[in-house]
Design a protein around this ligand. Structure first.
Ligand code: FES
Ligand SMILES: [Fe+2]
Length: 339
């Protein structure tokens, strides 16, 4: 029942006068603003002949179908059939969905009773002294493959070599913990040499605390905290568009002060294009992997202890789909990686 969770449909600023199509878990929706300016979401199919309502237009907070002009309100109720003198009787309506505006995004839940009352907040977005930027990235890959990629350290020495992480062969201790809402991995004494990112963002010898968190069902949060109070948090909220297509909304928030001066806005000038370049490397790799798997009978899926969070992501998704209990919180495992 992945349908019971909140997913981002678009940036709030993208929803203005025109309706906007969105797709979540294979369901086609149309978003628009009602008479009070509130974002609403209804099924993107007219009751008359099935035309996509997202191609219509909004008048006074109601949506006109582009084909014969049938008019719908924000709850999906049919309010007017223009070719009839009298308004229609009865309660014809297209489905409407819970919709919320938060952190600059429009979120939709496909179930009338969401698993959580409101979408999760992005950590540290708009926090005083922090700088943030947003990225949207489309992956031709399933939700679990994206989450795993964002929370997987070993791939970085290959896919992002020199950009983010270069192989050193050093042992790195990791602890994996199960939590009430997912699982996390914490890394100790991680090497940072030969990395353009860390050369730019943390040139000092400050101690780093690195935690990767999976928040079920569709969020990853990567956190790097330094002893000199620099701090980077990368949160990706994934929208499963279809089984093999995921739209990822990433918020990168960071704290970069020098001698009490907030250099965040300056750092952002190179941090943002650098992040874009690195995420694009993941897009290319997941594209190739997905394309390759599609040519074989089943996905290649050999799990080793180095795949720290992948088994937890899969176990949570299975539990949500089957309506069974997710993995119990409070378990801990120690793994030694070589990075
Ligand atoms: S198909 Fe929508 S009004 Fe005819
Ligand atoms: Fe990556």
């Amino acid at each position: 029942m992945l349908e019971k969770y909140w997913y981002i449909a678009c940036r709030a600023g993208e929803l203005r006068r025109r309706p906007r199509a969105a797709e979540i878990l294979g369901h086609r929706l149309v978003l628009f603003r009602n008479a009070h300016g509130r974002a609403v979401a209804i099924e993107d199919r007219c009751l008359h002949r099935g035309a996509p309502l997202s191609r219509g237009r909004v008048c006074d907070g109601q949506l006109h179908c582009p084909y014969h002009g049938w008019r719908y309100d924000g709850e999906g109720r049919l309010r007017e059939v223009p070719a009839l003198a009298a308004p229609p009787e009865g309660s014809a309506a297209v489905k409407h969905f819970p919709c919320a505006e938060q952190d600059g995004y429009v979120w939709v839940c496909l179930d009338a009773n969401p698993a959580e009352p409101a979408p999760r907040r992005f950590a540290r977005l708009d926090a005083p002294g922090w700088t943030s930027f947003h990225m949207r990235t489309r992956f031709n890959a399933p939700l679990a493959a994206c989450l795993e990629n964002f929370l997987d350290c070993p791939h970085a020495t290959w896919v992002h070599r020199r950009w983010f992480r270069s192989p050193t062969g050093k042992p790195v201790q990791a602890v994996v913990r199960t939590r009430e809402d997912g699982a996390e991995a914490e890394y100790f004494h991680e090497p940072r040499e030969k990395s353009l990112v860390w050369w730019l963002l943390s040139p000092s010898r400050a101690e780093m605390r690195h935690t990767d968190r999976f928040i079920a069902p569709s969020t990853s949060k990567v956190d790097y905290a330094f002893s000199n109070r620099r701090h980077y948090t990368i949160t990706s909220s994934c929208t499963p568009v279809r089984d093999d297509l995921t739209e990822v909304y990433t918020v990168i928030s960071f704290r970069f002060h020098v001698l009490g001066l907030n250099l965040g806005p300056l750092v952002r000038l190179f941090f943002q294009p650098l992040s874009r370049r690195i995420i694009q490397q993941d897009v290319t790799m997941l594209d190739a992997t997905q394309d390759n798997n599609a040519s074989f009978a089943a996905d290649a899926m050999t799990v080793t202890p180095a795949d720290l969070l992948a088994p937890h992501i899969l176990a949570w998704h299975r539990a949500i789909r089957e309506g069974s209990e997710p993995p119990e919180a409070g378990r801990e495992a120690h793994v030694e990686l070589r990075l």
